[in-house]
Design a protein around this ligand. Structure first.
Ligand SMILES: Nc1ncnc2c1ncn2[C@@H]1O[C@H](COP(=O)(O)OP(=O)(O)OP(=O)(O)O)[C@@H](O)[C@H]1O
Ligand SMILES: [Mg+2]
Length: 502
């Protein structure tokens, strides 16, 4: 039976410290199929992938690849057997070329196994691989350090293909990509499936799941919920299966009891190396969305307000008084919070507990508030539905989405006046996103001013009171709440020249 499948996994089970995080899971992948794997944060998606990739050893279960039973005790064995994985954190050597990275440890040699590396052949093979993926623009000899995140991801995929992969697993591959790069990934996936490669695809973006996948497997709390053809599911049904309850209304209504108050954050002609002549206001109780393409200066604008980059021209004020911050620490002192999705900037201490991490900012900057924050924190964390067996658990063992929730919690603890958000819900599951949105509404009720960058247009449109659109480091214009996606995109790209955007 199994030789018609690319991969069949049966009874896959894994526990950590006595907690079963994946129980008796069966999965079959057909050649040429994109199979979506969905579930809430902590459902066990990455754990399953790591077992199929030879990173974790299953407690029980069997894996059959193209009709052959296999067992892996090392990722290289999985790759040799035809199962390759593109993780979120890439495994590339920055100081080596694309070709060296792809063929690392198995370089073609002249005159037998101990001969010199056949660099010409390595280059040819690399270019052939890249061409096969439709990205002939990348050169085999380029240093990986000079590549964008999207290009590094392509190198990872090319490496997977070079092992003659029958199965390629992708764990939230679009989380690090800009919108136009997502299209390239789609076309690469298309080419792979045409060659009969099976793709196991994890994403929290349900739109992607429906665009790409023929079959969807849903996990909840480590249990298999269902496997269905995508065509038989609506988005609403999928959410209900993932979350266990219907989510009738995705974006919570703007509460009627919140009056927009005085101007909290104000920028006057702010400019530096990244942005130019930006003037904007965010009022107490207001959520202002910052839309724009990748590279339009949205993140840099938030960083400038927070003190990461100096303000070279213009001025910033907070509650009517001039605000001069020249470091993030001073930003925090002024009670600005900066919630960022950048994994490195998150500053989580991976080997410390959830509770200690969530108190990290308050402890460092407002030590006298620490005791109060420590009392409130369990409530905040449970409100965010951080799934962990205890608050003493080390952050490194949390799923990606749950780490992001800890980041949110640690910023709330400083009682911010202004919350700067950069892709606040990236990697967060649908149910928890809803919680984050409710939390944003709650912040506005307390008079906080929120300035939010997001690449997910429905999120910007659904949550913002006003939408500011950036282009090339400056503000291109403003749109009202509920503007259409087309209007935002037109303004972001400069397509709207006739003033027809709104
Ligand atoms: N090495 C580990 N040690 C202890 N617990 C772990 C380890 N790896 C994962 N877990 C736990 O297993 C559960 C499943 O985690 P997993 O990373 O598979 O979730 P996920 O479905 O990928 O979630 P997300 O969408 O947030 O990435 C979580 O509760 C996590 O804390
Ligand atoms: Mg994961």
């Amino acid at each position: 039976m199994s030789d018609t499948h690319a991969l069949v996994a049966t009874g896959m089970t894994k526990s950590f410290f006595g907690n079963t995080v994946l129980a008796d899971l069966d999965l079959a992948l057909d050649p040429g199929e994109v199979h979506g794997l969905v579930g809430e944060n902590g459902a066990g998606k990455s754990t399953l992938m790591k077992m199929l990739a030879g990173v974790y050893t299953p407690d029980s279960g069997t894996i059959v690849v193209a009709g052959q039973e296999v067992s892996f005790s090392h990722p290289v064995q999985a790759q040799r057997a035809g199962v390759s994985t593109v993780f979120q954190e890439f495994n590339l050597l920055l100081e080596r070329t694309i070709a060296e990275n792809i063929w690392l440890g198995r370089e073609p040699r002249r005159f037998g196994a101990f001969g010199p590396i056949d660099t010409a052949r390595m280059r040819r093979d690399t270019e052939e691989l890249l061409e096969g993926l439709g990205v002939a623009g990348l050169k085999a000899g380029t240093l990986v350090r000079n590549l964008s995140v999207a290009e590094q991801q392509i190198v990872e995929i090319a490496k997977a293909v070079s092992f003659d992969a029958k199965v390629i697993q992708m764990d939230e591959p679009t989380a690090a990509l800009a919108d136009h790069e997502v299209e390239l990934l789609y076309s690469i996936i298309q080419r792979l499936t045409e060659r009969g490669v099976a793709i196991l695809y994890v994403s929290h973006r349900l739109k992607e799941i429906f665009e790409l996948c023929q079959t969807i497997t849903i996990l909840k709390d480590g249990q298999h919920v269902a496997t269905r053809p995508a065509a038989d599911l609506t988005e609403g049904e999928l959410v209900r299966l993932m979350v266990g309850r219907p989510l009738t209304q995705y974006f919570p209504d703007k509460p009627v009891d919140v009056a927009v108050g005085d101007v909290r954050l104000s920028l006057e002609g702010v400019g530096n190396a990244y942005v130019d002549d930006v003037s904007l206001e965010v009022r107490a109780g207001e959520i202002v969305g910052l839309a724009g393409l990748q590279g339009s200066g949205r993140t840099e604008l938030l960083e400038t307000v927070f003190g990461v980059h100096p303000v070279a021209r213009g001025s910033v004020s907070l509650d009517g008084a001039p605000l001069q911050v020249s470091s993030p620490r001073q930003g925090v002192r002024a009670r600005l919070a900066f919630i960022t999705e950048d994994r490195k900037a998150k500053g989580l201490a991976l080997n410390q507990s959830i509770l200690d991490n969530s108190l990290g900012v308050v402890r460092a900057v407002f030590p006298r508030r620490t005791a109060a924050a420590r009392r409130e924190m369990p409530g905040v964390l449970s409100n965010l539905e951080v799934s962990a067996h205890s608050l003493g658990q080390e952050v490194q063992f949390l799923s990606g989405g749950n780490q992001q929730k800890v980041v949110l919690a640690r910023w709330l603890s400083i009682d911010p006046l202004v919350v700067l958000m950069d892709e606040p819900t990236r990697g967060i599951d649908v149910g928890a996103k809803h919680r984050v949105y409710e939390l944003m509404r709650e912040l506005t009720r307390q008079g906080v001013a929120v300035l939010m960058v997001s690449s997910e247009l429905p999120e910007v449109i659904g949550m913002s009171d006003r939408i500011l659109v950036m282009r090339d480091g400056t503000l291109a214009g403003e749109l009202p709440a509920g503007a259409s996606e087309e209007a935002v995109l037109a303004m972001a790209t400069g397509a709207a020249t006739e003033g027809d955007a709104a």
